[in-house]
Ligand binder design. Structure first.
Ligand code: ATP
Ligand code: MG
Length: 417
């Protein structure tokens, strides 16, 4: 992408109506546009980051046998009445709407009931299970407060997965497989070392715990107690002697810290499948309940967490796995040699499928460097009269102060590695 053609521009002004650093930086760098509190549009660079996160999640969910589908946003009332969740007193952050006839509809905030309903025609016998399905889409929640930028949206992007198993044992195996895939996702996003599996409340229809994945952060809403050696944490909501004893954790090994919930995995027992009358027959033709689980990852929340965590006083500093481009080419000077060298390098890197933001604008060098830093592109290449004379480019990593001079061939082999 040539910056001269990109419609978004960076801004030096910190948006006055944003308290959260992630939203401030993402708006200043031209990644997102605030529509209203808790509702953001993704502009071209922001959309690329969001799609990169989705793709990592998608690959890891597919790797454990997840089948992707897309449920609808408009939801019928009757299936939620069968599970006793339609009532606003039961679920208090639900946007609802009406048909012209007056019939009430739900606006998707989660999808347990619709997914069970969609699977019902295909699941009759024990031979039809296990099944693992997921989707990545916008969810809508009427959150009381939405002041943390992408961390708590009223419209946000979630990956939600649902498992259907024949027995508690099969469910437990799937549950652990998904926990493993979650760890891989957070590692690929560069936050594996600060993201902890965290024991949390399992809800009112199971005596099991649920597990959250919590990323340590000062702006987190949650308080967790973490055992760094065991790489395990306990959410404050279940932090008591009984829980610690069950988990074999000791109070003195735990550190209290704030964290952001970037995902969770939840045992649902057979609450929804039973209520929606979806059963299987076992080997002996006997009717059996289906054991269900649900598994969320906050895709847009993760983008906010990454913006918050990978940043400094100059701006964003994306990990390479999600950055909107790998390389920022700052063309400094307008001599024919410089333009030719930069144009050719842009073309050849693009042809080698290396993501490039090519700053071909007619602006001061300092402005280009500031924008490269604010946008957080992992590598910056400078091409100027001085470098071109020796057939070289200057390379600098976003997170380092050291520059290096490399020939074009050296650069290409460096980028390939
Ligand atoms: P929270 O405790 O943060 O309110 P939740 O427990 O209601 O979230 P789920 O309904 O299980 O979360 O959603 C799955 C994941 O979606 C969460 O782990 C979180 O990462 C993300 N998420 C939930 N609510 C929001 C929101 N309002 N904005 C952005 N991401 C969210
Ligand atoms: Mg939660």
């Amino acid at each position: 992408m040539r910056l001269s053609e990109l419609f978004t521009k960076t801004s030096k002004t910190v948006p006055a109506d944003e308290e959260a650093r992630n939203a401030q930086l993402l708006i200043q760098a031209g990644y997102i546009h605030k529509e209203m509190a808790g509702v953001y549009a993704y502009l071209p660079l922001g959309l690329t980051v969001l799609e990169n996160i989705k793709q990592i999640v998608r690959e890891e969910m597919n790797a454990i046998g997840g089948q992707e589908l897309a449920m609808s946003t408009l939801q019928p009332r009757d299936i939620w009445e069968k599970t006793d969740r339609w009532d606003d007193a039961k679920v208090d952050n639900w946007f609802k709407t009406k048909l012209k006839s007056g019939t009430e509809l739900g606006v998707g905030l989660t999808h347990e009931e619709p997914v069970v309903d969609a699977l019902a025609p295909y699941v009759n016998s024990y031979k039809d299970l296990p099944v693992l399905v997921y989707q990545i889409q916008n969810k809508f929640r009427n959150e009381l407060r939405a002041k943390s930028g992408l961390l708590r949206g009223r419209e946000f992007v979630m990956k939600d997965m649902y498992s259907f198993a024949r027995s508690q044992q099969e469910h437990a195996e799937i549950y652990e497989k998904i926990a493993g895939a979650y760890h891989k996702v957070y590692a690929r996003l560069g936050i594996g070392d600060i993201t902890y599996r965290t024991v949390a409340d399992g809800g009112y229809f199971t005596d099991k715990f649920s597990d959250e994945f919590q990323t340590v952060s000062d702006i987190g809403e949650d308080v967790i107690y973490l055992d760094k050696a065991k790489k395990l944490a306990v959410n404050k909501e279940v932090y008591n002697d009984d829980t610690l004893a069950k988990l074999g954790l000791k109070r003195e090994d735990l550190v209290e810290t704030r964290a952001v919930e970037v995902g969770n995995i939840f045992p649902l027992e057979s609450k929804y499948t039973d209520a929606l009358n979806v059963y299987i027959t076992n080997e002996n033709g006997k009717e059996k309940s289906i054991i269900m689980g649900c598994y969320g990852i906050g895709i847009s929340r993760l983008m906010g967490v990454l913006a918050e965590h990978f940043a400094d006083d100059k701006g964003l500093a994306w990990p390479a796995s999600v950055a909107p481009a790998e390389v920022y080419i700052a063309r400094v000077g307008v001599s024919a040699e410089v333009v030719k060298f930069a144009d050719e390098l842009y073309k050849s890197l693009t042809e080698s499928h290396i993501g490039v933001l090519y700053d071909d604008r007619d602006v001061r060098a300092g402005e280009k460097f500031a924008d490269a830093d604010l946008m957080g592109i992992p590598l910056r290449i400078v091409i100027s009269d001085k470098t071109v004379t020796n057939g070289q480019v200057e390379l600098k990593a976003r997170t380092s102060n050291e520059t290096e001079l490399l020939t074009r061939e050296e650069l290409v082999s460096r980028l390939a590695s």
